[in-house]
Design a protein around this ligand. Sequence first.
Ligand code: SAM
Length: 231
Amino acid sequence: MRIDVLTLFPEMFPGYLGQSLLKRAIDAGLVDIELHNIRDWARGKHQQVDDRPFGGGPGMVLRPEPVVEGVEEVQQQGDRAGHLILLTPQGRRLSQAVVEELASHPRLVMICGRYEGIDQRVIDILRPDEISIGDFILNGGEVAAMVVIDAVVRMVPGVLGDEDSNRQDSFSGEPPLLEFAQYTRPREYRGLSVPEVLLSGNHPEIARWREQQKIDRTRDRRADLLDERSN
Ligand code: SAM
């Protein structure tokens, strides 16, 4: 899978991408992440990428030309244009179902906004898939892009050592239940013991216990996940 990110702050990414599972996925050639600085497409001596909003108001707005022209040039690189995403609090909300949908594309191209946002004509011209990571306002799209990258890369075949861990994670499966409680060594800690069934070696029993945990936890903590299904 190839992921291109257009941002005013490409230097924010390497630290995060250079660790752990993402680093291993990149090193193994399972995912290729290309960073592009929107400023490279800015015009004029000062390479200005933002300007004051027409109609007045606080802050600055990202101008349309560097974003549109940057995206068009990046999409021409590689053998397919890819699925274009704009990170914005006004987009459809990211969920595991959306992550799985995004992971089905062989190439994603992401635009990170900044300032008060992006000139509307970028959206009118490029028609990106507008994605929000939640109902709150970040300073820029970079952290949101990292969230999408992190979640999507987990779905790329071969990235997780054990493919089963994807299938048993919270929100996977139908209905999308929360995961069961997990335990490791020691068997007893501060007076709290690991449930007997997990030490029994009886795998059908363990599977039944875990299934029940998933249902109980989801009902207690996130009944909305069950409601969504009955809607
Ligand atoms: N004025 C904009 C509004 O109210 O919709 C918010 C602009 S925000 C300060 C700057 C940039 O951060 C946005 O253009 C977007 O790229 C990113 N951003 C902020 N919150 C986000 C969220 N919840 N999900 C995805 N991107 C977000």
